[in-house]
Design a protein around this ligand. Structure first.
Ligand SMILES: *Cc1c(COP(=O)(O)O)cnc(C)c1O
Length: 381
């Protein structure tokens, strides 16, 4: 699978399928899955992943963070419902209503504006149909959503009563489901269930309740409800280092590979890279690797990170530049164009996202999201 590129991201579609199987094993029959493919599928490529998931009957639809991401999916011909998880701006409402892209609403002002734009799209106005929206409820993130208070309930009811709108889903988001101690997540779940019950008691019914993220899916089965929002675990990454690896085995999806483009022998006392932060103490053999922070490979790996060459760990020497860095291959018998694994397996050795996150001081989610646009994605099986 060797393509000579500066750096290539190999995306293992079979691993996504296996992670989806793990997700389903944690769900009751009938619970739907919303595939969270924001930030271009956490850096893995939203469109190819959605194409793979589209025929699966358990996949209700997709979640994104920006309307531009929804446009990309619709332009690629994907048909399933899309929810924009965050705030959306009135300029986009008309397009969203026409393309089955659900906004997240949490004020009656937003809901009114959306209803107005949606009705303009349907001949005959409000009488012809109801446009679906999802209502966000804040139960502990203090981010977006109507508060789960009597005032919040009033706001939700006023949205529910609006002509032309259908509350298709009601959701909340966990702040601490990825921690070993689940009492905070459980309390959010109970507050959310209570809020949904109050809506029911006021005659607002028929909506899907969804609150679980990846961490909830894996370790809080009671939170699954009607639908779950699966993000990071689709990509084979655990939501945190407190998650039980024995309970659920995930399959890493992304590998990052490069090649050695220059080999040189340097005498003792030679500085390497900007600032001379590494100086050889003996004669060494070093390799130049054409990848850098311009590709999203963090500069904080300077003098700290490892790469894999010929099945062995090679340490990074000096600073990671924008487009290149150097590694120690003394005694490796390395050759020009040898494969360099930045993430993934090489022989018996493996570098995981968890390791890269820990060494670079980045959150694993952030690491994959930040792999740059100039890194080609190559899809395998
Ligand atoms: C990003 C996001 C998710 C997915 O979270 P994961 O931890 O990746 O599963 C779910 N819901 C909301 C509201 C989000 O913003």
């Amino acid at each position: 699978m060797s393509v000579h590129n500066r750096i290539t991201a190999y995306i293992h579609m079979g691993a996504i399928a296996q992670n989806l199987r793990v997700i389903k094993e944690n769900l009751r029959v009938g619970t739907k899955i919303m595939a969270v493919i924001k930030t271009d599928g956490y850096g893995h490529g939203a469109v190819p992943i959605a194409r793979m998931l589209e025929p699966d009957e358990d996949i209700w639809g997709y979640a994104v963070a920006a309307v531009s991401e929804a446009r990309e999916l619709r332009n690629a011909g994907l048909k399933k419902p899309i929810l924009v998880l965050g705030y959306t701006f009135a300029e986009d409402y008309s397009w969203m209503a026409r393309h089955g892209v659900r906004p997240t609403v949490f004020t009656s002002q937003m809901a009114r504006e959306f209803a107005c734009e949606a009705s303009a799209q349907i001949p005959g106005g409000f009488t012809s149909g109801k446009t679906p929206v999802h209502l966000a409820v804040d139960t502990g993130m203090s981010r977006i959503g109507v508060p789960d208070t009597p005032e919040g309930l009033d706001e939700a009811l006023s949205i529910a009563q609006m002509d032309g709108l259908q509350i298709e889903g009601v959701f909340t988001h966990f702040a601490r489901a990825d921690e070993k101690e689940k009492s905070s997540a459980r309390s959010q779940m109970e507050r959310f269930a209570g809020f949904c019950d109050s809506l029911n008691e006021h005659g607002v019914t028929g909506f899907m309740r969804h609150c679980s993220n990846s961490a909830g899916i894996l370790e809080l089965p009671n939170a699954n409800m009607d639908m779950v929002r699966a993000g990071i675990i689709l990509y084979g990454i655990y939501p945190s280092d407190e998650m039980d690896r024995e309970r659920n085995h995930l399959y890493p999806v992304m590998e990052l590979k490069s090649h050695i483009v220059c080999l040189k022998r340097i005498p003792a006392g030679t500085p390497v890279s900007y600032g001379g932060t590494f100086v050889s103490e003996k004669e060494m053999e070093i390799a130049t690797i054409p990848t850098g922070y311009g590709d999203g490979y963090p500069r904080s790996l300077s003098n700290r990170g490892n790469v894999l060459i010929r099945g062995k760990r090679a340490r990074i020497l000096g600073r990671v530049c924008m487009d290149q860095f150097m590694a120690d291959v003394t005694g490796f018998h390395a050759e020009l164009l040898d494969e360099v694994t930045l993430l993934g397996k090489n022989g018996e050795e493996e570098i995981t996202v968890d390791e890269l996150g820990a060494v670079s001081g980045r959150f694993p989610y952030e690491f994959v999201c930040d792999i740059g646009k100039r890194v080609p994605r190559v899809y395998i099986d």
